[in-house]
Structures are given as C-alpha cells and as structure tokens.
Design a protein around this ligand. Structure first.
Ligand SMILES: [Zn+2]
Length: 361
C-alpha cells in the first residue's frame, strides 16, 4: 500500500517535474503542484492505513518506507556536501605580472613599493590571506561596471584592499542627488565625469593602485576587449541591457562575475563563475522587465547605506575569489533586507536551455 503510493507518486512527480521544466515553470510552482496532488492521493492511503494499523505486515512496510526515506535524505545531503566542497577554494586565475629576471625567486616584498607592506599589514597577518594573498591582490586586474551606488563602495574598498589595477566603466556625470549614497564622489566633483571623480578619489586613497577610467557605456564592441583583459568583473550597473551584456561576455570568456543589485530597502549579491559551472545571470533572470522598466533608484528611492553594505560585500567576494580564501557565494544569491535586518541565501538553479550558458550556446 505505502510502497505503491510512494512509487506511483515518484512517477507522477517526475512527469510533472519534466512538464514544468519544459514550460520553464518556477521551481516553487512545480513543488506546490506535486504537493497538492500528493496530498490528495494520500487521503485514501491514510484511511486504509488506519484500518490495518495493527497488522504486522503494515508495520514491516512502514519500517521499510522509513529506511528508504532515510537513505534518500542521506544521499541528497551527501550530494550537496560534495557539490559545496567542489565549489570551495577555487581562486580565480590571476594573470601574473612579469617580474625582472633577477627577481625570479618569489619574494612578496619584491612586488611591493616602499611602505606597502605596512599599508597591508592587517591583511598580511590575516589568516587565509597573508603575504601570498596580498601578492595575488596586487597582481589582480578588476573591472567595475558603473561608478554609482554599488560602484562607489566597491571601488573604495578594492583600492584600499590593494588590488593592483582597477578599471572603471561609466558614462555618467556626478549630480547632487547622487551624493546621498554614491560616497566616492563629493560636492567638488558635481558636474564632472563619474569615472574621473572616482579615479581621483582612488588615487588619494592608494597611490599604488593603477586606475584606468573608461568614459563610456559598455556595448557589444567594447565589452569583449575590456572583459577579456581582466581577472574578474564587478557589475553594479543600473540597467538590464548592460547586465545581460556583461553576463554574456563573462560567460563566453570564462571570467567570474560578481553581481549586485538594489531596490529601495533590499539588496542582493551573487557570484557567477562559469569556470565552476555555476548558473549565469540569465539563468536567474531570463527576461528583463517589459521595456527594461524595473523601478530605478530615481523613481523608487533607495536607502542611503544600502549600496554601501552590498558594494562592500561584493569586494569581500572579490577578495575571496582572488586569494582563494573562504567560500565564495558561487551559485547562490544572498538577499539583505535592511528594513527588517534580515538576510537570506538562495541556491540558484541553471536555467533550462539558457541562451547564454546552455548547451546550445
Ligand atoms: Zn545561464
């Protein structure tokens, strides 16, 4: 009785799941439908079970079912554990800067200018970063899309962390209404290009940081040369068109993409790492809102410190990816709700037939 119920429900669930995948139905809807059908079919089973509860055969069947469930749960947990282990500790490949022949013996100090070791002392003594991690940061080349809300804290902390080369792309100018949250800019910079204002501030923070400012909006022509030349990309732009473009080229070129987004009181962050086989941005957001009309900061508003929280978390992920420290947020999304001081983590799924990272791509 119980086994026949479980077996028939497994078949029904597999069929419904397959139909849901074909129709690109959300995971939650598929689970709800399977749950409803399973619940309805369970009613006669429970009634029958109540009648034969005391029989030895029923108890044996129930015990077998419990053992089966425990085995399935253990197998699922084991698979998740193995998957999380695989996703851990895969530092991005940082293209090493060529050193003079006489400096072939790797001495961390050889890369650093006078005073830099003291500047980065708190990193160098930090477990999991240390001298090798700081050296990797120094040799890293990072591209930041957008010098706005998310880009501001991201650029400040990339510079302070000691990332060797930072490239910035933005075609906007600093406006008074930006200063409520875009902390890299100042009143003196109002009316100037954001990339110029940001580059100047970065040089004030860390003169050892090489800043390359691109006064432009990323497009099909500029995306490939820009992204192919860096080790990883931080995307803090404010429109879906650019987000899709960045995702497409990061996926094609195998570059890790740290993506952040904001909406009023809520921020989210994910790490899309094609080399680790994670889902891509398009898997999670298959279609842009009609006409790219997602509410913007200008129309919906945004809490002043929210970009600071999310942009700083983006740099924490960047530092982990570059140095190999800890466990990056690969294949997951972290959502921070500032209004209720809550955080949630969601495991992301590969999109069926994703036009960017799917098999046909
Ligand atoms: Zn995808």
């Amino acid at each position: 009785m119980l086994f026949s119920y479980v077996f028939s429900m497994a078949v029904i669930a597999a069929i419904l799941w397959g139909i849901g995948v074909l129709m690109n139905a959300p995971l939650r809807h598929r689970l709800i439908l399977i749950g409803i059908i399973g619940g309805i079919r369970l009613v006669p089973v429970v009634i029958e079970a109540a009648q034969v509860w005391r029989t030895e055969a029923f108890r044996r069947e129930l015990l077998g079912l419990v053992v089966l469930c425990v085995c399935v749960v253990l197998a699922v947990l084991y698979a998740r554990w193995v998957r999380s282990l695989k996703a851990q500790r895969q530092p991005v490949k940082v293209e090493t800067v060529e050193e003079p022949a006489q400096a072939a013996a790797p001495r961390p100090a050889s890369l650093f200018a006078e005073g830099e070791l003291e500047r980065y002392a708190r990193h160098i003594v930090l477990h999991d970063i240390g001298g090798p991690g700081q050296k990797a940061l120094k040799q890293a080349r990072v591209l930041v899309i957008g010098a706005g809300g998310l880009g501001s804290p991201a650029l400040l902390y990339l510079a302070a962390s000691g990332v060797g080369t930072i490239e910035i792309v933005d075609d906007d100018v600093v406006e008074l209404s930006n200063l409520q949250r875009q902390v890299i800019h100042s009143e003196a910079g109002e009316g100037t290009l954001k990339v110029a204002s940001a580059a100047e501030r970065i040089r004030q923070i860390n003169s050892h940081c090489n800043v390359i400012a691109h006064d432009m909006r990323l497009d099909d022509i500029s995306a490939e040369p820009l992204i192919s030349g860096v080790d990883l990309v931080l995307d803090g732009c404010d429109n879906f068109k650019t987000r899709y473009l960045v995702n497409e080229y990061c996926t094609r070129l195998g570059k890790p993409l740290i993506s952040g987004a904001l909406s009023q009181w809520e921020g989210q962050i994910s790490v899309f790492d094609p080399a680790s086989g994670t889902p891509c941005y398009r898997c999670v957001f298959p279609e842009a809102p009609a006409g790219d009309n997602a509410p913007t900061c200008a129309t919906a508003g945004v809490l002043s410190p929210l970009p600071g929280v999310v942009g700083s978390m983006m740099v924490a992920e960047a530092v982990k990816l570059i140095t190999g420290a800890g466990q990056a947020l690969r294949g997951e999304m972290l959502i921070y709700d500032a209004k209720y001081a809550e955080t949630r983590r969601i495991r992301l799924q590969k999109g069926y037939n994703c036009p960017v990272c799917g098999d046909q791509g």
